[in-house]
Ligand binder design. Sequence first.
Ligand SMILES: [Zn+2]
Length: 192
Amino acid sequence: MTHNADTHKQCSKCKEVKERGEFATRKDSKDGLRGGCMVCLSKWRKKHYWETRELRLAESNRHHKENKDKINESRRNYRLQNLEKVRAEERVASARPNNRARMKEYNKRYRAENGDEIRAHQREYCIKNRVIISAKASKYYLDNKVMMRIKGRQRYANNMVLNQEKARIYRIEERKTQLTLVLLNEIRKVAK
Ligand SMILES: [Zn+2]
């Protein structure tokens, strides 16, 4: 298929001939454009984003853990050196009319409008990453097993004390009722 190279270009991915305006620019290429059209580029970006998501998260977690002290210190230093600026930014942020509510509203609308697409994405994501997801859950369980057990025992112990206390109060009330009846009986006998 021939086309006018001044106005058109064939996409290297989908092979469609499209107008030059449908390609993103690239300074170091022969014709000043990227090989793939913008539709293909955006598809690739989406796919790439999801495919590399776990890796990126793991990498950033690792980096953060390994450099926690350094990161915290540099944040502290930045804050101290730019105190006025940081405070002004914080004031602006907190004065903004309920950003959180606006985001919530926006997300709600977005989910309502794109529910099917989001669910499809999540399904695909779960299928693709099921090994990672189940490994994470197992690791979480192992990491928190001891803690969960301690908390469970504490809850049990707390409830036991509470239940014992309730039972004690109940027994006292019962005894008081019995004594009242005995007293009433005696009073009646004396009155006769
Ligand atoms: Zn294309």
